[in-house]
Design a protein around this ligand. Structure first.
Ligand code: LRH
Ligand code: MN
Ligand code: MN
Length: 387
């Protein structure tokens, strides 16, 4: 390993990972939501919990909101609350999937009144961004059909394009939207934005403020996600990630839990493709159904950090030389060498240099914060996924 660890550490100091407000609230599957002790009762308390993740990792300084799950009367005050806790409000996530009106779709619904309602919500979310100072609007649509013949596939694309153009128009100079795709669920026959190519085509037509976001749980099993990342970065169309991991479908498990090697391969493409910058939003999109939530987020942030550290340790010079020489096994060995490096001592050292405890999980456990919220938040249960 000839790569300078000081260089890797300097790069790791600049890393920023955004945690999602909904990870802190109760969540579950469609079979059962298991309520946990001490979960936040308000958006403010979700931000308080997110601030704990930043406090112990040092690299999670913003929290994404989901509207209306995090609806408040005064977003300026909410942003101020975040600043007081040492974090910022980040991406604003839209929600046009939890209203009876959206049974047959939101912006692609055959009924123009429903389309209008959905579009109004998206535009209201941009109003919120103006107040919170958020740069990114995340758009995910549950739109699609369950049965062949149910609706016109091309007409739905037209309706989608029309709504996206209206949102694009509304964006300020320093704002962008990130367009998310997902293979299936809740629609099972067609999904109106099923893959990166569809998202890319819509974004390309609109311009630079429309970018694709890759949710790592939204692909068919076996999909080569790092190829998608490499391609989108090359085209200047990768806006960010929703990180999580999956064994089967959109499992929303902790990133790096199911397949840490995949996460390493993705981070390798990010770094080599020039995507290790603030221009790319590195977000978590997860639920902690059976594990405690704040430690679940801390562990996830650490998993991304570990994969990043390994990717930063790839001896790129040796890799390029082997690739150029057609040395298949040599190139693969350089790659695997970095992946197989135990970066935990390096990260512990980095944290000490940053004035943090070397083991964020242990430091949080010792802090007494959980006992405080368990005892203090007794009168109510927070809105989270499915609220
Ligand atoms: C959809 C999704 C999208 C939503 C979030 C709660 O599966 O990934 O990003 O906003 O889950
Ligand atoms: Mn997502
Ligand atoms: Mn998802």
């Amino acid at each position: 390993m000839t790569t300078d660890t000081a260089q890797a550490k300097a790069a790791l100091r600049t890393q920023r990972i955004e945690t999602p407000s909904w990870a802190y609230g109760n969540s579950g599957t469609r079979f059962k939501v298991f309520a946990q002790q001490g979960v936040p009762r308000t958006p403010q308390e979700k931000i308080d919990d997110a601030a704990q993740v930043h406090r112990y990792t040092g690299i999670a300084p913003s929290v994404a909101l989901h509207i209306p799950w995090d609806k408040v009367d005064d977003y300026a005050a909410l942003a101020e609350h975040a600043r007081e806790r040492g974090v910022q409000v980040g991406t604003i996530n839209t929600n046009v999937f939890q209203d009876d009106d959206y049974m047959l779709g939101s912006v692609t619904n055959p009924d123009p009144a429903v389309r209008k309602k959905a579009l109004n919500h998206l535009l209201e979310c941009v109003d919120i961004m103006d107040v919170t100072g958020s740069r990114d609007l995340k758009l995910w649509f549950s739109d699609g059909t369950n049965y062949p013949g149910q609706d016109d596939i091309r007409a739905r694309q037209d309706r989608l394009a029309e709504a996206l153009a209206a949102v694009y128009e509304r964006l300020g100079d320093d704002q962008r939207f990130l367009l998310e795709y997902k293979l299936f669920e809740p629609a099972f026959y067609t999904t109106d934005l099923p893959d990166w190519g569809t998202s890319y085509a819509h974004c390309l037509k609109l311009g630079p403020k429309a970018q694709v976001v890759v949710d790592t749980g939204h692909h068919a099993p076996g999909t080569n996600i790092e190829f998608i990342v490499a391609f989108l970065l090359r085209e200047g169309k990768l806006g960010g990630f929703d990180f999580n991991s999956r064994f089967y479908a959109d499992d929303d498990l902790m990133v790096g839990a199911a397949d840490p090697f995949q996460l390493f391969r993705i981070m390798h493409e990010v770094i080599q493709g020039g995507g290790y910058t603030d221009e790319i939003a590195f977000m978590l999109d997860q639920c902690h159904n059976i594990e405690p939530k704040i430690p679940g987020q801390i562990r996830s942030v650490m998993n991304v950090q570990e994969a990043t550290a390994k990717a930063l340790l790839v001896d790129v010079e040796a890799l390029r030389a082997a690739q150029k020489a057609g040395d298949v096994l040599g190139a693969n060995a350089v790659f695997m060498d970095a992946y197989n490096t135990d970066v935990r001592p390096l990260l512990a050292e980095l944290r000490a240099e940053m004035g943090l405890a070397p083991d964020p999980m242990a430091a949080y456990a010792r802090s007494g914060y959980f006992e405080k919220i368990r005892d203090g938040r007794k009168d109510g249960q927070a809105a989270g996924w499915g609220a």
